[in-house]
Every structure is written in C-alpha cells, then in structure tokens.
Write a protein that binds this ligand. Structure first.
Ligand code: WT7
Length: 656
C-alpha cells in the first residue's frame, strides 16, 4: 500500500477553541450517560454481551462473546442464533407496537406512503415467500439495484429473513460496475425497478440491469422488477418477473428461521487502492448489535417520540446501518426520501423536516456545505424547531460547516455528532455522545464506549497528545467486517499487515492536547467525493480502457463542495485528437464505466507523467498542480522537467 505521512496542513483545525457542551436539559434526558465509558472499560466483552442481550431478541443465547483465536477472523456471540429481519419487524408487532409508523416514504415527485411496523412485517413476509418461490434459499446471494423506495428496505429485509446475503449496488453505478459486482458475488437474483425519480424526471434503471446481464452473468436466474415510474421496459419472459405479481402470488405468512450469529448478512462493495472493488462481508449478530447500540446512543433515540431521518442512499453502508438495520432493530419511526435536496426547490429537506416533525437528522458534510452556499434564508422559511440532534458522516466536517449546521439548522440548540466509521467497521466507531461530550466543531473526538482506537506513527508507536499519524483500531468490535468476499488474503493484507495485530483504517488522524481525535482524510490512493469512496486506480483503469488513452493518472483534489474531486492527467495515444471533445468524451466514458459520481472534474491532456526512477507515478505532485499550489519536492522524479511541461500545459486544460 502506498501511503504518505498525513500532512500537517490541517494543523490549525485542532486549535479550534469553541466548545459546545449539551444543555442541562438535554443531558438530563439523554439515553447515553458518562458511566457507559467506565462500564465498557471495566469489562469490554461483558459490556458488548449486555448490549447484545438487551437490544436484540435471540432464539438461542450465545455461549461465548468473542472468539479471537483465529485473528483477524473474528466470531462474535458464538453459538447464538437470531433472525435479523425478525428483530427488525415481527418482534415490534409482537410487543404491541404494530401500529407505530416504521417508514414515512416521501417520493421525489411528492407522492407519499407510510408503513406501520405491522404493514412492514407483512410486506417483508410476502417478499420473503416471493423470493423463495423464485428459488432463493439460505446462502444464495441477491443483488439489489433500486432507488430509495420502500421496496428497497423490504427487499433487504426479505433477504435477511431467508439468510440470503444481499449485495446492494448504488443506483448511480453503471451497468459495468453492476456487472462486476454481480459476477463477483455470483448473485442468483437481481431486484431492480423500471426506474426512479431524479431531479424531476423519471430515470431508468432496468436497462442497466439488462446491459449488465448481457455481458454474461450465468449465475442470475431471475430479475424481479418493481414498478416505480411506469416507464417502458424491455422484458424477458423467461427471466423477468414483476415485483407486484410475485408478491400477490406469494403466501402471506412466513416464519423466520433462526440463523447463526455469524451467518453472512450482506456483501457491500467499496473502493480500495486497487482497481477491483472489495466485497466487504458483514454477518448477523455482531453487526446488528452495534448498529442498534450506536443508533440508540449516538442519536439519543427516544423511540416513542423521535422521528429520525438519515438522508443517505441504501446503496451505501450508511443506508444499510442507519436506515435499515439500526433504526428498524430499535423500532424507530423514520423518514425515507427518494430524491435530491434541490428538487423541486432548494428548501426540500427543510420542508420534509417540517412536514414530518423530524427530530434527528443524519446527513453529510457535502450536503451541509451546499446548503451554506444556497444561503440561510432558505431554511429560515421552514419550522425546524422539532430538531434536537444533528449528525454528520462521510468525511471530515470543517469547523465552519459544523458551526453553521448547529446554528442555522439546529437553532443554536441541538448537539451535533460527527460520526467516524467505514463500510468495513459496519457501524459508528468514533463520535461524541450528544448528552455527555462537550463537542468540538470538526472533531469526531472519542471512541464510543466499547471501542478502542489510537493514532500511531510510522514505527507503530502511539503518538503523544498533539501528535499526528495513522488511525488504528486496537481491539476487535462486534460489527467489524468478517472479510473480503472470496479473498481472505487481501483482507489480511489490506487491514491487518501495516500494524500487526491492529486494524489499519487508511485514515490519517491527529490527537489534540486533550487526546481528542481529528480525522485528516485518507492516506492511501482512495479519495472521498461527497462522502463516497472512490479509488484513483479504478478511475485510471476506466480511462485507459478508452481506445484513445495511452496512460492516465488520477488524484483527489480539494473541492469546496464535494470535499475532494477526481482530477485526471492523461497521455493520449499517437494520432488521437486533443481538445475539448476528447475531454468530454473521456468524462462520459468514466461515467459509463463506473458511474457519474466518478466523472473527473478536470481532465488535463499531458505529454508526460511525473514518475519516480522505479516508475511509480508521483500523485503528490499532480495533486499540487490540480490544487494550483506550488509544486513540491521533485528530487525523486526521474525527469524533473516533466513538471514544467505539465504546468505549462495547464493553461489549455478544460474545466467543466
Ligand atoms: C471513509 C469511509 C461511514 C459511512 C460513509 C462512508 C471517511 C467517514 C468520517 C468522519 C472524517 C470520515 C474516512 C473513512 N469518513 N466518516 N466523520 N470524519 N472522515 O463510508 O465509503 O466506507 O468511507 O470515509 O476517510 O475511511 P466509506
């Protein structure tokens, strides 16, 4: 893994002196209190065992909390059995909460639907039977490629109910990306829809599934299609089935079978440092325990009165853990929204908060910075007084955005929790507790009770307060990934070899003088665009797959709105035309290969790329160029005139 020592350019960050302790009133009513830290520290495994038993319903109790004898392959809650979907649906009905709303769905065009826990349970049972009728049984993989509609949640829970691991693929990914994920997981079924609504228009989804399967995916037997937009779709009678027809034909009753605590629940692909996305594997008991625990304590969930809204898409881990599994295991009432924040107007989020009386809002820094740009007068038109906790996730939140979020959206009254975690960690790891921590804008601050993290230097020494280095997790945790699908070696190498015995997250971090943690961004060739992880190598591979490109280098350059944005440097093959057309053509090509989110902000056609004597591209220098800084130290470059060439070529580059 190529890693660069975290820069100190964020030095000033941790000098932030503003403090926001919870109000006395908030602290008095808070779910999580300071003694949680002591209890977890006194007996970490006992603490997790207690959470697992308190928060979940087990068919068979576990006999051992953690088996770490085959580290880094963990087994949590050994011998325990449970059904994840039962924990998210039926049991709330059995406990007398069938009439409580589970989901308030708000479609982009303004159509709405609500599901009570009784209705959600009934829908999941039917869907589970429908999947079974299509030949799905325990262990089979199911790919889900859907917009943010209730059927996405129902489909995931139906899979969980049968013990058929789902692999949700973000609807913004291309047919190519979908195909490679279907192939890697050997999915037997794909669940999709005709389309979804995006920026005021229907946007097709099924054609991408048809194209993905046309590339060859013999494992797929059926495609289950939800009707959302009513668009025309191509139909393969032998393969395609309408969701409504399948559910109508399915039996209404279904008894959930218990699964082993370590039964695979899902695979979710995320970008790594190589071109091939990693299938992150999560299992049942530990994952659900930590999702429920963090959702309750970090967001201060008062189940009977709160209305929770996480604005993520279920295509990302945030949607898995904090739309589906955490909130539903806790029996919460939540809002799910299909569309974008600016459709049909820039106040849409605040209109939704007002309409449903949202009390807990969980969103990303990139959205907050966009709202700041749009101006305070937009949220000011709505009644946001119901809000009492605000969360942030996906990338470091700059202190100004944090303070704006609290003041303008939170009425200067709500705690803000900056939550650090990853697809791999499954659930939140580092975050303030809203009723306990005196929050510091810009810092995720402290590992949650039960979690152990540290910041290490190059020699694996814990850095003193005030020092910077690499973030590691020093103890196993219940919702940790159990591996990379089909690649145990890559799992060990990626996460457990840089600092033996410890989990290396890939993030740079700093401890301030109080020992609080400040995240500084990735230290590997992974960039973070709008809170979504993209690999530089993956975009480079997409570019060189274009017939006109000889070589490509991609860097993540700082971007005011999206945090980072991909910037590409390409060398064209002899004879290929330069100019604007090629830039547009290449941007579209990347969108087609990966998805629109990966489109480079800027593509510079260059004659050379800066390389070390051993032939490694020096992305650090390219980042300097992309961020319009003085180019740094070039002494290890094989040919030092290359940078002058690139810089002089810059004036002709196209930005779009
Ligand atoms: C990477 C994980 C966690 C769900 C969404 C992203 C960055 C995430 C924070 C935060 C600073 C953060 C890290 C991490 N990140 N949250 N609060 N502060 N950085 O999941 O796609 O797996 O990406 O996102 O760099 O490694 P992901």
């Amino acid at each position: 893994m190529s890693s660069e020592t975290p820069t100190t350019s964020l030095e000033n960050l941790s000098r932030e002196e503003r403090r926001f302790p919870p109000s006395e009133e908030f602290a008095a009513g808070a779910i999580a209190t300071a003694d949680l830290y002591d209890r977890a520290a006194a007996d970490r495994e006992g603490f997790w065992a207690e959470q697992a038993r308190d928060l979940l319903t087990w068919s068979t109790d576990f006999t051992q909390t953690l088996d770490w004898s085959k580290a880094p392959f963990a087994r949590w809650f050994v011998g325990g059995e449970l059904n994840v979907a039962y924990n998210c649906t039926d049991r709330h009905v059995e406990a007398g909460h069938g009439d409580r709303v589970a989901l308030h769905f708000e479609g982009e065009p303004g159509d709405t639907r609500s599901y009570t826990y009784a209705e959600l349970t009934a829908a999941v049972k039917r869907a589970a039977n429908a999947l079974q009728d299509l030949g799905i049984s325990k262990g089979d993989r199911v790919a889900i490629y859907l917009p943010m509609i209730p059927e996405a949640v129902i489909a995931m829970l139906a899979c969980a109910r049968l013990g058929a691991p789902h692999s949700v693929v973000f609807g913004g990914f291309s047919a190519e990306a979908l195909h490679s994920r279907i192939e890697d997981a050997q999915a037997k079924l794909v669940i999709t829809s005709d389309g979804g609504y995006r920026r005021g228009k229907p946007s097709a989804l099924k054609p991408a599934v048809d194209a993905a399967l046309a590339k060859g995916a013999p494992s797929v037997k059926h495609v289950l299609v939800v009707k959302r937009t009513g668009q025309d779709v191509e139909w393969d009678d032998a393969r395609d089935v309408w969701w409504d027809d399948a559910l109508a034909a399915a039996a209404p009753e279904h008894t959930a079978q218990p699964m082993d605590a370590e039964h695979p629940l899902f695979i979710l692909y995320t970008s790594g440092t190589t071109g091939k996305p990693k299938g992150i594997l999560h299992t049942s008991g530990g994952y659900l325990t930590q999702c429920a625990y963090t959702h309750k304590n970090v967001f201060d969930l008062h189940r009977d009165t709160d209305v929770y809204w996480c604005t993520a898409d279920i295509g990302w881990v945030t949607g898995h853990s904090y739309i589906v599994y955490g909130p539903l295991a806790n029996g919460a009432t939540q809002v799910i929204y299909e569309g974008t924040p600016d459709t049909p107007h820039q106040g849409r989020f605040w209109e939704i908060v007002q309409k449903y009386g949202v009390t807990i809002l969980y969103t990303a820094p990139t959205a907050i910075r966009t709202f700041m740009k749009w101006g305070e007068d937009i949220p000011a038109k709505f009644d946001l007084s119901s809000l009492r906790v605000l969360g942030s996730v996906g990338e470091p939140i700059n202190p100004e955005a944090w303070v704006w979020y609290r003041r303008v959206i939170g009425g200067d009254r709500t705690p803000v929790v900056d939550t650090w975690w990853q697809t791999e960690t499954g659930a939140i790891m580092i975050s303030p507790l809203p009723g306990v921590t005196a929050a510091k804008p810009g810092s995720a601050q402290v590992p949650l009770p039960g979690i152990s993290a540290d910041v290490l230097d190059d020699e694996a020494h814990s850095v003193p307060d005030g020092g910077g280095g690499y973030l590691v997790l020093t103890e196993p945790w219940p919702s940790m990934l159990r591996g990379i699908w089909g690649d145990d070696e890559r799992y060990q190498e990626t996460y457990w070899s840089r600092f033996p015995g410890m989990y290396f997250a890939g993030d740079g971090a700093k401890k301030d003088d109080d020992g609080d943690i400040w995240l500084l961004g990735r230290v590997d060739d992974v960039m973070n665009v709008s809170g979504h992880r993209l690999s530089t190598t993956e975009i480079e591979s997409a570019l060189v797959s274009h017939p006109k490109v000889a070589e490509a280098a991609v860097v993540g350059a700082t971007d005011d709105t999206t945090g980072q944005a991909p910037c590409a440097f390409v060398i064209l093959r002899g004879g290929a035309e330069q100019g604007d057309d090629i830039v547009t053509e290449l941007r579209n090509h990347v969108a087609q290969e990966i998805g629109p989110i990966a489109k480079p902000r800027q593509i510079m056609v260059v004659a050379e790329l800066p390389k070390t004597r051993s032939g490694k591209i020096m992305r650090r220098l390219l980042r300097d160029v992309a961020e319009k800084r003085e180019v740094g130290d070039v002494t290890t470059l094989a040919d030092t005139t290359v940078m002058d060439l690139i810089k002089s070529g810059m004036s002709t580059s196209t930005e779009s």
